[in-house]
Design a protein around this ligand. Structure first.
Ligand SMILES: C[S@@+](CC[C@H](N)C(=O)[O-])C[C@H]1O[C@@H](n2cnc3c(N)ncnc32)[C@H](O)[C@@H]1O
Length: 254
């Protein structure tokens, strides 16, 4: 807890705002990763390998700008490799901890965009704005030479901050659809990693199962794997919590 408080305070002291709680969530993620490093590694390396293979499929003449959405702590992002492959890499998230800022700066061609990828977190008053803003189109329009996009395990997270503001479940599904549609509409190869379901197991028997995409079927084919997210009762007493993750090399190929 102390290490988390220090980490959070350091980011705030260096000017990182936290209007909707994303920084706090990243710090919690950092702490859990520290505790569960070994259990997480198969999932993290699989994300990085999938993304790298998808990025390498871009022809050499189409390696100008790569966009990473939900870059977070860069655990699921092969940053150095993307930086070597593309002229420019843009990381988009609501918050950046100092270590991520420093790692990005070391590459020399990585830019940070502090942005709300739903486009509506500041405009929720009991419901979503209608029509929903086209947040990804706006972001993409500001990135000339965009040749590759990676949605880095943020899809299931997008509605959570909005749900905290009394947005209903149908609205959560709308935010999931907004992101999937926005990815497809970017018009470039777009790699997607997302957790889709969570299970709690007691001695190997499923005690609960939850749909993390609020009833939305992404309708995409790709690889799936299990992420041992919170084993040994770490998140829920007595349960091993695991997630099913979907990885899609390019959402435009159904
Ligand atoms: C599960 S974490 C992803 C971890 C990250 N891919 C990594 O490699 O460390 C989800 C990320 O999505 C970001 N996020 C959630 N909602 C967002 C929003 N509306 N706009 C931008 N980023 C958002 C969070 O700040 C967080 O970094």
């Amino acid at each position: 807890m102390l290490a988390e408080a220090i980490k959070y305070a350091a980011a705030r002291l260096l000017g990182q705002g936290d209007p909707h709680g994303h920084l706090a969530q990243q710090v919690a993620l950092w702490a859990r990763h520290r505790r569960r490093r070994a259990a997480w590694e198969p999932h993290l390396s699989r994300c990085r390998a999938l993304t790298l293979a998808a990025a390498k499929a871009c022809p050499p003449e189409a390696r100008r700008t790569a966009l990473v959405m939900g870059s977070g702590l860069l655990l699921e992002v092969p940053l150095e490799e993307l930086s070597a492959l593309f002229q420019r890499v843009v990381l988009a998230d609501m918050a950046f901890v100092p270590e991520v800022r420093a790692r990005a700066a070391r590459q020399g061609n990585v830019e940070l965009r502090e942005t709300d990828l739903t486009g509506c977190l500041d405009r929720l008053s009991g419901g979503l704005p209608r029509p929903l803003p086209d947040a990804l189109a706006q972001l993409g329009a500001g990135l000339p030479g965009l040749d590759f996009a990676y949605s880095a395990n943020l899809l299931s997270q997008l509605p959570l901050f909005a749900l905290g503001k009394a947005v209903r479940l149908e609205a959560a599904a709308a935010l999931v659809r907004q992101h999937l549609d926005g990815l497809k509409a970017l018009g470039v190869p777009a790699c997607l990693v997302t957790d889709v379901a969570e299970r709690g197991l007691r001695q190997g028997l499923v005690e609960y199962e939850a749909d993390l995409l609020f009833g939305v079927d992404p309708g995409l084919s790709g690889e799936t794997w299990t992420w041992s997210m919170a084993p040994d009762g770490e998140a829920v007493r007595g349960l091993d919590v695991e997630r099913t993750v979907l990885g899609v090399a390019d959402v435009r190929n159904v």
